[in-house]
Design a protein around this ligand. Structure first.
Ligand code: AMP
Ligand code: MG
Length: 567
């Protein structure tokens, strides 16, 4: 229970007691009974889990005819039925996203008091209406086709359509074996679950399209992992995250159908995705698959540009981790770049740096080529040529979006000829000096123009002041000031305000996640809560976050940190 939830619970109990005592004597017995009933109904509706799930996916898409959890090669279907395996007690609800609870699932905060809630969000009990499924997908991993992958440790619980009419799919991760578990144990450990919970919520509040996380439950389930693939297997503990997305379909969802020659299922699934998630494409449009492809190309280019604008490296950009809705999914060994370096590789298992931050745009193109190969059986030769042309335009779409985002980061309004040059010039200075990506842009948003003009950059602006040691920094500043001065009706305060709205002060740095994880592994979730709270408002300076050093230079021990695929 969060402290806020607990406070509300106490408040509610106090109000309830007062309510009972305050029933005036003169009321009749019937009236009193009515009052009391109303009160208990309120308590009940506040506290029961009124989340009923439906299953459009199950109704519309082919299901595996083989029943049972045993591991197998699955054919001619999109889902297999699979029950979650409950985690070993005692369970602790380590974190909840109040925003997801209220604004996605329409639930009242008090629901987390209900003992059944922790069971429902960890696979120990099913929400009303839930029929759990595991999705069959394949994928290109590190450039090579990997055959069947699928939800090896995830269970899709069903869909919820909220008050706003939005349809969300609820999925557990770490909830036990499925037919797709291959040699895995179906579990996820605390450290990777904390990272996924915190980062997916953080990305949402940074404005980046992403899956969401409702809750994090930790358990006493022993889970054995070789963290750095060095033969040192240690006992960790299992955790489950309840994840939410408008859709969990990936490029690999279509790839496996084409690779297996299951073209009818391919058409059924593509039609379903278009009808449900690309509503502006008419179902009778003869070019609908090509139009769908062009949308995914466009949105994927936008997503990767957005990642770059916050210094986010996904870490494992395989086609099974690339969403058809172009949202960020499957958080693993991701990282936020600290010292600016296009070769930054967050995943210590990625020896060749295939998924370095600077390679993400190209990898996006590779993945979209794989999507086109998957859609090929549905396209005429003319449509295929159109799609190939669309792919040729991907790079331009990406660069255009990148430019727009970085112009906003620099506070520019309108277009000017040398904008791209100014962006590239700054990034080069940052690369040469190893300037901190997040704080350089943030401090450029906080510094005044007169401080820049006179070179009186306060030492507290540690990133900017480090950057100013570059021999060409003054040259860049002169060009920058000139560019800003051309925006006649702009003021310095307005520029700072605009820039502070797009340049976060806080991102989930590895050392911050690591520090929270070390405590969480000892059942102290205070830092998970603090980080969660901080990252809900990443653009706003916060006292507690400052005290915790979240906008400081990363501590020296952070340099030794490694994050691998082990999870
Ligand atoms: P990921 O690297 O998490 O995107 O996972 C790649 C594939 O491996 C997916 O099919 C996962 O379901 C599967 N996988 C990863 N870890 C496990 C595990 N512990 N048990 C079963 N399957 C797993
Ligand atoms: Mg994955």
């Amino acid at each position: 229970m969060t402290s806020r939830g607990f406070a509300l619970f106490l408040l509610f109990s106090a109000v309830a007691r007062a309510d009972e005592q305050d029933v005036p004597e003169r009321k009749s017995c019937d009236e009193r009974e009515l009052e009391r009933n109303r009160f208990y109904t309120d308590v009940k509706t506040h506290r029961e889990i009124s989340l009923t799930l439906s299953h459009k996916l199950l109704d519309a898409l082919p299901l595996d005819e083989v029943d049972g959890r045993f591991i197998r090669a699955v054919k001619v279907c999109v889902f297999s039925q699979s029950q979650p395996t409950p985690l070993k007690d005692p369970l602790t609800l380590a974190a909840v996203s109040q925003d997801a609870l209220r604004n996605i699932l329409d639930l009242n905060e008090s629901v987390i008091q209900n003992e059944e809630f922790v069971l429902c969000v960890s696979g120990g009990k099913l929400f009303p209406g839930s029929i759990p499924l595991a999705h069959r997908y394949g994928g290109h991993q590190f450039g090579y086709w990997s055959e069947q992958l699928g939800d090896g440790r995830a269970h899709l619980l069903g869909e919820y359509t909220n008050r706003k009419g939005e349809r969300w799919e609820l999925q557990l991760k770490g909830s036990g074996k499925t037919p797709y578990s291959r040699s895995g144990d179906g579990r996820a450990v605390i450290r990777s679950s904390v990272r996924e919970f915190l980062c997916s919520e953080a990305m949402h509040f940074l404005g980046v399209p992403t899956s969401r996380a409702l809750s994090l439950v930790v358990s006493e389930e022993p889970v054995w992992r070789d963290r750095f693939y060095d033969g040192n297997v240690i006992k960790e503990r299992g955790a489950v995250v309840l994840r939410l997305a408008r859709s969990w379909f990936r490029i690999g969802s279509l790839e496996i159908l084409t690779r297996s020659g299951e073209f009818d299922v391919l058409r059924t699934l593509s039609d379903f995705v278009i009808k449900e998630h690309f509503k502006s494409i008419a179902t009778n449009n003869p070019d609908k698959y090509a139009v769908f492809f062009s949308r995914v190309v466009n949105e994927t280019a936008h997503l990767i540009a957005h990642w770059m604008s916050v210094g986010f490296a996904h870490g494992v950009c395989n086609t099974d981790n690339f969403s058809l809705l172009s949202i960020t999914i499957d958080y693993g060994p991701f990282g936020f770049m600290e010292s600016y370096d296009p070769n930054f590789v967050p995943n210590s298992s990625d020896d060749e740096g295939r998924y370095s931050i600077g390679a993400q745009a190209d990898v996006g193109l590779f993945n979209l080529q794989k999507l086109l190969e998957a859609l090929k059986p549905l396209l005429t030769s003319d449509q295929l040529s159109q799609c190939q042309q669309i792919l040729r335009e991907y790079s331009q779409t990406y660069h255009q979006r990148f430019r727009e985002l970085f112009k906003a980061k620099l506070g520019f309004l309108g277009n000017q000829e040398n904008d791209s040059y100014l962006i590239a010039f700054l990034l080069k200075l940052m690369e040469d000096t190893g300037a901190d990506f997040t704080m350089t842009f943030r401090q450029l948003s906080e510094v005044t123009l007169s401080q820049l003009q006179t070179g009186a950059i306060p030492l507290s602006m540690w990133a900017l002041s480090g950057l100013s040691s570059h021999e060409y920094f003054r040259d860049w500043v002169q060009l920058y000031l000139k560019r800003l001065s051309r925006m006649k009706s702009d003021s310095d305060a307005a520029r700072q305000h605009r820039m502070q709205g797009v340049n976060p002060r806080y991102v989930l740095r590895n050392w911050m996640a690591e520090s929270a994880i070390r405590k969480a592994e000892k059942n102290d979730f205070s830092e998970v809560t603090l980080l969660q709270k901080t990252l809900t408002e990443p653009f706003v300076e916060q006292e507690e976050a400052e005290k915790a050093g979240y906008s400081n230079k990363p501590p020296s021990w952070a340099q030794q940190l490694r994050v691998s695929c082990s999870s």
